[in-house]
Design a protein around this ligand. Structure first.
Ligand SMILES: *Cc1c(COP(=O)(O)O)cnc(C)c1O
Length: 357
């Protein structure tokens, strides 16, 4: 593992972003989403820092078990629910709430005597996990008839909340509200983008993920304009400066050819460290407080940067791949992906941070 690349986590920024969720959704309870190792930020450390959260949500039982083993005693929700009776039994034992999103899961709960709190998930248009709308009321009533089961509420998930003008958003909200009214239950519909773009859909519980980590959930809007602060800073070091001649080519595939004699810096970070291989020439990089750009193809443990006009830097200097500047959203755009992916992948550099060793 590359010893120079390091992802530093700013817990004060995390707490600031949590307060932003509270300001934006003042009447909802907050289920902080910390799946995928808290989007690369470290699940346990993030859970400990977010002590004001009303609950935590993860994708799978194993993550929830890790939280319980570490002494986290908040309500825990598992988005993927359970895969078999054994997992359901563990959830009952550890007081972990499954999301019930399949008919057979409801059947397994009905047939058991386990004491459980559960959320029922309806597919309102995401087409991923969720009971079909026409089946929800029947399943709900069967589960409600069991005194060992506490039905916490009805939940659903947006497919296009990051594009607020997309017509599917309102269709999903309408479908969801109709069922929630019929059942007269508590609700949870909104992820980060949903709670910002559709305050009327915030319901009883919001489920923010990406905004807690300081990236923008809304396409075309910067995190800074939403008063969100970056939590992860990915940095590394300059390891070499080469003077290349006009016409000389650089890196795998020779994607960059020098238009003039020019200095090129090599930075110790690459796709092996979670920096996106698809980042293109022009992707912003910060060195010594100056913005420069990536040149050519990203290697496994190195990138090249354009040092024309930057003569005050030397090997050993710190390079920032994302953080305050450049924003992770801007890097993601240059790599034709989303900040979620970059943050998750760079999580592996966290253990290189001296404070976490
Ligand atoms: C991941 C996830 C969230 C959080 O989404 P963000 O876009 O990161 O806010 C909320 N709800 C469900 C069901 C999820 O899978």
């Amino acid at each position: 593992m590359n010893r120079q690349a390091r992802a530093v986590i700013d817990f004060a920024a995390l707490q600031h972003n949590f307060q932003r969720v509270k300001q934006l959704a003042p009447s909802s309870r907050i289920m902080a989403v910390i799946k995928a190792d808290a989007y690369g930020h470290g699940m346990l450390q993030v859970a400990q820092a977010l002590h004001q959260a009303d609950a935590f949500a993860v994708a799978q039982l194993a993550e929830a078990r890790t939280l319980r083993d570490a002494g986290i005693d908040k309500p825990l929700l598992v988005f993927q629910g359970f895969n078999n009776l054994h997992e359901l039994e563990q959830m009952a034992q550890l007081d972990i709430m499954p999301v019930v999103h399949q008919d057979w899961q409801a059947g397994l709960i009905e047939a058991s005597a386990l004491s459980l709190s559960i959320w029922l998930k309806v597919n309102t248009g995401m087409g991923r996990l969720g009971i079909q709308p026409q089946d929800v009321v029947g399943i709900w009533q069967r589960l409600a008839a069991k005194s060992s089961i506490q039905l916490m509420g009805l939940m659903s998930h947006f497919a296009n909340a990051d594009v607020p003008t997309h017509e599917s958003n309102q269709q999903q909200i309408d479908c969801f509200n109709q069922l929630a009214e019929q059942l007269g239950t508590r609700t949870s519909m909104a992820n980060s983008a949903g709670l910002i773009a559709f305050p009327e859909a915030q319901g009883d519980w919001v489920r923010p993920g990406i905004m807690l980590y300081g990236a923008s959930p809304i396409a075309g809007r910067s995190a800074a304009s939403l008063d969100l602060r970056p939590v992860m800073q990915l940095g590394s070091r300059l390891i070499a400066i080469n003077q290349l001649k006009a016409g000389e080519c650089l890196g795998y595939g020779h994607l960059w050819s020098c238009p003039e004699d020019m200095p090129v810096g090599l930075v110790a970070i690459g796709y092996g460290d979670g920096y996106p291989r698809h980042a293109t020439t022009g992707t912003p990089v910060s060195i010594g407080g100056r913005m420069v750009t990536l040149l050519g193809r990203v290697s496994m443990d190195m990138i090249a940067i354009d040092l024309r006009g930057v003569d005050s830097v030397k090997p050993g200097d710190e390079v920032i791949l994302w953080g305050k500047v450049p924003a992770v959203d801007d890097v993601a755009e240059c790599a034709d992906t989303i900040a979620y992916e970059l943050l998750c992948n760079a999580g592996k550099c966290r253990h290189n941070h001296p404070d976490s060793e």
